[in-house]
Design a protein around this ligand. Structure first.
Ligand SMILES: [Cu+2]
Length: 294
């Protein structure tokens, strides 16, 4: 019994760690949003559900009216058409009704837009993302020498050398060679620009999507609530390899972030490997714990 309970606990822990490794990515035939990883995305998801409470009843109401008109006023039962051209009451209703509905949509919509577009006053970290044909480069505003690196889509033949053989965690067309690493629960300001043509920096689970325009610095922000690996893509048609410049953000604990940052100052590739090993290492500790319990 005790063994069973500990096995269950261990498998729950494994599940937690599994979801810890990969947090969000698009899935086949997906119709809904990805699970929110920031407060902004939670609100966005709420707003989407909220608008459906208006859209669905209105659509059903209009459909019912159409069906009623088609049946009730068909030529056979209504040989002499009415000559009515005005009805003050009905005209007031069909003007005021939509105005009220729009007000109910506009108020939360503007509140959400304001929250999304108001830059944080004291960000914990500032990151610059530059779109290039066809990859992203990132710059961290840290210390005296800013850390910078390029992030290119991972080639299938590089899986082994990068240690990214797990196709679930590192999916084709989404995995990159160097992920952006950020600490969990911290406000990250992202400055977005482009070096050649217009790109767009988008991370669905964070509710972030902003154009990367050459010669212009756009600003957005996020605060990730959950650790894990998140995937997004360039979201502005930018040329022949537009589909091949994914964005990958790894959200880790503050400690792991600091260790990574220190190592990345000299070698980003090695720092990433060490970080991956420390995350996998945490998952392995659970396996060991499970064995010990039996
Ligand atoms: Cu692009």
């Amino acid at each position: 019994m005790k063994n069973k309970a500990s096995a269950v606990l261990a498998s729950i822990a494994c599940l937690l760690f599994a979801s810890n490794a990969l947090a969000d990515k698009p899935v086949a035939w997906q119709t809904n949003f990805q699970t929110a990883a920031t407060g902004i995305m939670e609100e966005t998801t709420w707003f989407e559900h909220y608008t459906l409470w208006f859209i669905i009843p209105i659509t059903l109401f209009v459909l019912a009216l159409l069906i009623w008109i088609v049946i009730r006023f068909r030529e056979k039962v209504n040989p002499v058409p009415s000559k009515t051209s005005h009805n003050t009451a009905i005209e007031i209703v069909w003007t005021l009704g939509p105005v009220i509905v729009l007000l109910f949509l506009a108020i939360p919509s503007f509140q959400l837009l304001t929250a999304q577009l108001t830059p944080p006053e004291n960000p914990d970290l500032t990151l610059k993302a530059t779109g290039n044909q066809w990859y992203w480069s990132y710059e961290y505003e840290v210390g005296e020498s800013p850390l910078s690196f390029d992030s290119l889509m991972m080639k299938e033949e590089d899986r082994a050398s990068l240690g990214k053989e797990d196709k679930h965690e590192y999916p084709r067309l989404l995995a990159v060679d160097n992920e952006v690493v950020v600490p969990v629960g911290k406000t990250v300001r992202v400055l977005v620009t482009a070096a050649d043509v217009i790109h767009a920096f988008a991370m669905p689970a964070f509710g972030v999507k902003i154009d990367a325009v050459p010669g212009r610095l756009n600003e957005t922000w996020f605060k990730a609530d959950r650790e894990g690996l998140y995937y997004g893509q360039c979201s502005e048609l930018c040329g022949k390899d537009h589909a091949y410049m994914p964005i990958a953000i790894r959200v880790v604990s503050e400690d792991k972030y600091k260790t990574w940052l220190a190592a990345a100052a000299t070698n980003v590739g090695e720092a990433n490997k060490a970080l991956m090993a420390s995350i996998d290492g945490a998952a392995k500790t659970v396996d060991v714990a499970e064995n010990a319990a039996q």
